[in-house]
Design a protein around this ligand. Sequence first.
Ligand code: FE2
Length: 381
Amino acid sequence: MQNAKLSEDGQILTVLSDNGSALRFHAIWLRDNAQDPETRQPDNGQRLIALRDIPDTIRMSRMDQDGSALTLTFAPENKTVCYDLGWLTAHTYDRPSERTPGWRPDHIKLWDGRLAGAVPAADFDAVHSSGDVMRNWLSGIRRYGFGKLAGGPVESGALLKVVDLFGYVRETNYGKWFEVRTEVKPSNLAYTGLGLQAHTDNPYRDPVPTLQVLYCLENSAEGGENMVVDGFHAAERLRQENEHWFDLLSRHCVRFEYSGSDGVFLRSRRPMIELAPDGEMIAIRFNNRSTAAITDVPFDIMQEYYAAYRRLGEIIDDPAMQVSFKLEPGESFIVDNTRVLHARKGYSGAGSRWLQGCYADRDGLLSTLAVMETQSLEAAE
Ligand code: FE2
C-alpha cells in the first residue's frame, strides 16, 4: 500500500511505500504530466497544452487518496486531475543524480567472445511466421546490438526482406543496398579482398546509419570470416583501465570524411565515444579508413589522445573481445552500428564471396519491438 502526502506550500507531493521509500514530485511536473483529456488527446496520447498554458505559480491546493487513485487540485487553475500511484512510481525521477560516465540502460548487456554460443539467432521463415520468435530475436538485438538470421533465400535483394521485418531501409549514395565483393577499381576498400579492422560503418554521415544488415549470397572463398565486437564493452574496458583516456575520447571530437565516389564529400565531427550530457553511453564511432586529420584536440593533449586512441584499438583487436563466424549463403547478420563494430578477414584464391549490405534505423526496430511487447503483455493479462 502506498500513501501520499502534500508539502505545506503545495509544491511537493511525496509518495511513501511500505518498504520505506519516499518518491517526491513537483507540482509543475505533475501538472505537466496530467493524463486528463484536456491535457492529453486520449486517442493519440499527444499533449494538447504547452508549458506556457500552466501558470508558473502552480501549486497543489488539495489531495484526496482512494486506494491507488490520487486526486490533486491545482491552484490557481482550480483544476482537478486524477493520477495512479503505480504510474507515478513507474515514472519516478527522485534518484541520486550522479551516475558513472559511460553508464548504460539496464536492457543493454555487455558481451565479449564468450557470447559466441548465445548469439541472438533465428530462422528466416520462423521470424516471418511466429510473433514470439520475432519478438525474442528483436529483443536479443536490443540487448546485444547484434543478431543473426539463417535460412533465407539465396537471391539478390533478399536483404530487404530482413529490413521489412521491422522497419525501413536508409538509402544512401551507395544505393538502397550495396554489393560487397571484389571490384577491379573499388570506390571503397570494402569492395576488395583486404581484411578490414573492426569498425562502425559510415561515421562520416550525420546522422550515422544506426543499423546495418549484411546478407551472404556466396561464400566459397578461402577466408572472409566476419567478426563483431561490442564497442560499448571496449569503451567500458578502457574506462576501467584508464578513466582519463576514456574522458579524452569522449570529450574531444574526431573528423570523419569520405569522398571516394564522384559527387560525394561527406564529413562529420563527432567523438569516438559519444556520451549524453548525463554520461549515458550513446554511440561508438571507430573506423581507421575514414578518420580524417584530427584537428579538434588541443596541442598539449594530442600525444595522450593518440595513446588513448591506440589503446581503444588494442582492446577492439583483442581476440577475447571478438565473436567470429563464416556466413553461409542465405545467412545474414544485423548490427547496431552505433555500438557493435564489425570486421572481416581477408580472402583470396579459388571460389567467390558475395555479400549484400544495407542500412536501416534502430528506432524503427525498437518501435516494432515495443509494440510487440505491449501486445504480448496485454494478451497475458
Ligand atoms: Fe563495414
